[in-house]
Ligand binder design. Structure first.
Ligand code: NAD
Length: 302
């Protein structure tokens, strides 16, 4: 008996993010050689959230690699909302800083929205400010939230056909699912999909997924998307990152995606691994946003 499997190709976040970073590094080297000011990213982290520390450290390391200036401001968990807004305003007023990111989640007593709204929209490299969201919806040039932007860069790198395809996005958060659904539906070379946005109240999710040419899983439940929910040759993008206890690891945990990779991969035409997929693209996209912010500010200062 012969079994036929779809020719699956891995969407490799290492390769694509490295190519984005290499391009940025060349541009930064040119700026250095001509004695120009360099792009500068400032990250603000509140409290001692382990995952947030990991993300911010990784962002700083990647900035160093390509030659961006960067700094991380660490603030105590007990900081008041007003004091945090003051820190953001100082960064807004600092002419050397091009991009500001405030690492989420923030402590319970701080209103995320008020902090995000305090960021100068021209430095909003996370793309969470309402001004960025509005521009994104209009299809105007905007800071696109880094994770969906990273997914788009990946589709572009692998020249994945999206026009007229049915894309199903699972998860409707403001930072991943919703902007992802907008980007995939937009009139651009890696958009033009018919998009179904699913969430925790969606009925018949399995039937909807089985109609999908492209599935983006962004809900945060490890292994949620199983092989019986995916049609042959679908493109599967796994955004999920969940720390799962793992005694075999020195850290005590391993990182799991939202897709049951082992069983879904053989049915897919393309699939992202976790780790090594969208997570790396998120950082690459953030760096790209920071460079765009730098260029726009340089042009405005002239
Ligand atoms: P969130 O908790 O804000 O949103 C989760 C969404 O999933 C919600 O819209 C909810 O309605 C939906 N959902 C929950 N259970 C569901 C179910 N049973 N069926 C259908 N929909 C369901 O999460 P988020 O911030 O969007 O993050 C989602 C995942 O992506 C998390 O694992 C997070 O860690 C990860 N993430 C990864 C990156 C990256 O760089 N790869 C970046 C951001 C978030």
């Amino acid at each position: 008996m012969f079994f036929t499997f779809a020719p699956m190709q891995l969407l490799d976040g290492k390769i694509v993010s490295q190519s984005v970073k290499d391009t940025l590094k060349i541009k930064v080297d040119e700026l250095k050689q001509s004695g120009k000011r360099l792009p500068f990213l400032a990250a603000v982290i509140v409290g001692n959230n382990g995952a947030s520390e990991t993300y911010v450290a990784s962002k700083a390391k990647n900035c160093d690699e390509i030659g961006f200036l960067n700094k991380t401001i660490r603030l105590d968990e007990s900081i008041t909302e007003a004091a945090l807004i003051k820190v953001v305003e100082e960064l807004n007023n600092d002419n050397k800083i091009d991009g500001i990111l405030v690492q989420l989640p923030l402590p319970q007593h701080i209103n995320n929205e008020r902090i995000i709204n305090a960021i100068d929209p021209s430095k909003d490299v996370d793309g969470f400010h309402p001004m960025s969201t509005g521009k994104l919806i209009q299809g105007s040039p905007a800071f696109i939230p880094a994770t969906p932007y990273g997914v788009m860069l990946m589709l572009e790198h692998y020249k994945i056909e999206t026009k007229g395809k049915h894309a199903v996005v699972i998860g409707r958060s403001n930072i991943v699912g919703r902007p992802m659904s907008i980007l995939l539906s937009q009139q651009n070379p890696y958009g033009n999909c018919t998009v179904t946005l699913c969430h925790s109240h969606t009925k018949n999710l399995k039937e909807i997924c089985l109609q999908a040419d492209i599935i983006v899983a962004a809900l945060g439940i490890p292994g949620f998307l199983t092989a019986d929910m995916v049609k042959e040759n679908a493109v599967v993008i796994d955004v999920g990152i969940t720390r799962v206890a793992d005694e075999t690891k020195k850290s005590g945990f391993s990182i799991k995606g939202d897709v049951d990779f082992e069983h879904v991969a053989p049915k897919s035409s393309y699939i992202t691994p976790v780790p090594g997929g969208v997570g790396l693209m998120t950082i690459a996209a953030l760096l790209k946003n920071t460079f765009n912010a730098y260029e726009a500010r340089e042009t405005n200062m002239k």
